[in-house]
Design a protein around this ligand. Structure first.
Ligand code: SF4
Length: 284
């Protein structure tokens, strides 16, 4: 059985940068509070906790005069306002591509546009973008969410960085006949697009696809969704231990990809495990 690992699988620039900042911060200060899990990967978060990075759900849960870290997903303006008042030092690991979406959303809102954020309603990145747009922006998941939405004369669209381009295209097509003036900022990050293309290419050529990454990771879930849409059976797993030998029966080629928050070691462990399980079948 051949195992094909997609190009671009694993940590993206923004996640790598956040992890490096976390390592430097814990080495310098010992205890550091991360505003939400630094990345959506339980295994990595557990190892960061051992180094001194404690998760605090929000800025009010961080003790006075402590050091707090904003993760790659970013945070709303209230965090930057509240921290100095309580003597909290902020280490900002907001991915520059996420910061760009926040700026675009804020600029559109200032110019009087009704801002639509194409994203996941409960995702911290999308919620922070809304906060930067003054709290008036609306998160839409796809064009079906437009059905009950009262649209103004001036509408602007920005995207959560992990969106799929086809979803944005569908939304824009649905908005064009309805919005008086429409501005669109395609803020899908390049790392996301490249990962999606690479995974799609592999999914088209294999019998089975394994997507590795946190169950809470939006970009990993999106990868699984995209691979599944090709018709190739696709499993989303967090660790190699979850692979079931049944999945590999009569499989000649298996593809492996991983989200932007998936460590390279986790992807390699999956490839190793797949080859181990496949070995007896090949001997038969
Ligand atoms: S997926 Fe893109 S926007 Fe998100 S952290 Fe990675 S590089 Fe930044």
């Amino acid at each position: 059985m051949e195992v094909i690992i997609a190009e671009q699988a694993g940590f993206c620039f923004g996640v790598r940068r956040a992890l490096q900042l976390a390592e430097e911060a814990t080495a310098e200060y010992g205890k550091v509070y991360s505003l939400g899990p630094l990345i959506h990967n339980h295994q990595v978060v557990a190892s960061l906790a051992e180094a001194g990075l404690e998760v605090a759900d929000e800025i009010v849960a961080v003790p006075e005069a402590a050091v707090a870290m904003i993760r790659a997903h970013g945070a709303g303006p209230e965090v930057y306002q509240q921290a100095p008042a309580r003597g909290i030092q902020i280490i900002d690991a907001t991915c520059p591509f996420v910061a760009r979406v926040q700026r675009e959303a804020a600029a559109f809102a200032e110019q009087g546009y009704q801002v639509l954020v194409l994203g996941e309603p409960d995702h911290p990145e999308a919620r922070a973008i809304v906060a930067h747009a003054g709290g008036q922006a609306v998160i839409v998941q796809d064009c079906q969410d437009l059905a009950d939405l009262q649209l103004g004369d001036k509408v602007a669209v920005v995207c959560q960085t992990t969106q799929h381009l086809a979803n944005l295209q569908d939304l824009v097509a649905a908005l064009v006949p309805r919005a008086g003036e429409l501005r669109v900022a395609n803020t899908i990050c390049e790392a996301t697009t490249k990962r999606q293309h690479a995974s799609l290419t592999v999914a088209h050529q294999v019998d089975l696809m394994i997507v590795v990454g946190g169950y809470h990771s939006a970009n990993t879930r999106r990868l699984a969704q995209i691979c599944r849409a090709t018709g190739t059976p696709t499993y989303h797993i967090e660790t190699a231990e979850e692979i079931e030998s049944e999945w590999l029966k009569e499989v000649e080629q298996v593809g492996v990809t991983g989200g932007a928050s998936t460590p390279q070691q986790a992807i390699e462990a999956v490839a190793v495990r797949l080859r181990e399980i496949a070995a007896p079948y090949q001997e038969d």
